[in-house]
Design a protein around this ligand. Structure first.
Ligand SMILES: Cc1cc2nc3c(=O)[nH]c(=O)nc-3n(C[C@H](O)[C@H](O)[C@H](O)COP(=O)(O)OP(=O)(O)OC[C@H]3O[C@@H](n4cnc5c(N)ncnc54)[C@H](O)[C@@H]3O)c2cc1C
Length: 264
């Protein structure tokens, strides 16, 4: 979906697909594609200009198709196990069978695509709760073991209060993710996903995970800043989760829009 000049604002997308005889021809340049350098096939969101200037849909493209190339693999701050890539699609032929959602002037296909982000956002929120819970667990263990001036640091009120706040935030974020997930579960496959609860859960879990991972480094002191303890990695990993799947700011925009439309 993402392009160098179209991230939060997907409607600025330049990718285009046009009819070319029996097939279609795709021209696109995509950025920040997770594991794009290893993909065997791509789900590409593109404009269908022949159906209208705002018509957008999605096609499947085999990575071996002529015209597909990986032009860059980004080096990242965190989440280093799975890099993001830039992928070019130069006049790639796409057969009819691989047009998954044909773009339409009414925007039905694009609404279907955007609604799928709710699933990704819920997974992203759950990852943030998991990392925050891990950072809390590491912090409790360290605070119980580390002594300063003959005292365990967990017995220092300043550290104990940090842990108290961290654990409360983790539980609040966890409950929000559970609430959104259970509402999505109850809605079933043919019903819209609960966009408001999911956006709230993602925003909150993104913020809490960053705060908790940051405090975890503080509790670990100098060791927290080294690669010998896992909390520095947690801090780097959650930073990216607050950007992917729609940034924190975009979640807040969505929440405000849904409130304006009467969601509670
Ligand atoms: C780890 C990771 C994995 C990713 N994986 C994928 C992937 O697999 N596929 C894919 O397509 N994309 C992927 N992305 C891209 C991601 O979706 C975009 O980076 C994200 O949507 C933001 O777009 P942008 O980077 O262009 O930032 P921009 O849209 O340029 O935003 C820059 C800043 O401005 C803020 N901003 C923008 N618009 C508004 C607004 N209206 N109101 C307030 N603030 C605003 C943003 O929140 C941000 O802080 C991934 C990103 C990351 C970090």
């Amino acid at each position: 979906m993402t392009e160098p000049d179209a991230g939060s604002d997907a409607m600025s997308m330049r990718a285009r697909i046009r009819r070319e005889g029996e097939a279609w021809k795709l021209e696109a340049y995509k950025n920040m594609i997770t594991a794009g350098h290893k993909a065997q096939a791509f789900f590409v969101v593109t404009r269908f200009p022949e159906a209208g200037e705002r018509a957008m849909g999605a096609v499947m493209v085999d990575a071996d198709s002529p015209g597909v190339s990986v032009s860059k693999v980004h080096k990242k701050m965190g989440l280093r196990g799975v890099p993001e890539a830039e992928v070019a699609f130069d006049d790639v032929l796409v057969p009819d069978a691989d047009i998954l959602l044909e773009g339409d002037a009414e925007g039905r296909a694009m609404r279907t695509i955007l609604s799928q982000f709710n699933h990704e956002r819920l997974g992203n929120s759950a990852m943030c709760v998991g990392v925050a819970a891990g950072a809390l667990r590491e912090s409790i263990r360290y605070a119980q073991e580390r002594t300063v001036g003959g005292k365990r640091i967990i017995d220092l009120q300043g550290i104990g209060w940090k842990l108290a706040e961290m654990s409360t935030k983790v539980e609040a974020a966890r409950l929000m993710v559970w609430r959104a997930a259970s509402k999505a579960d109850m809605a079933g496959h043919d019903q819209p996903t609960p966009a408001l609860e999911i956006a709230q859960a993602k925003w909150y879990a993104n913020v809490v995970a960053q705060e908790v991972a940051n405090e975890a480094i503080q509790i670990h002191g100098g060791y927290g800043y080294t690669r010998e303890f896992p909390v520095e990695r947690m801090f780097r990993d959650v930073r990216g989760l607050a950007i992917g799947a729609g940034t924190i700011e975009i979640q807040k925009n969505l929440i405000a829009r849904l409130l304006d439309r009467g969601s509670k």
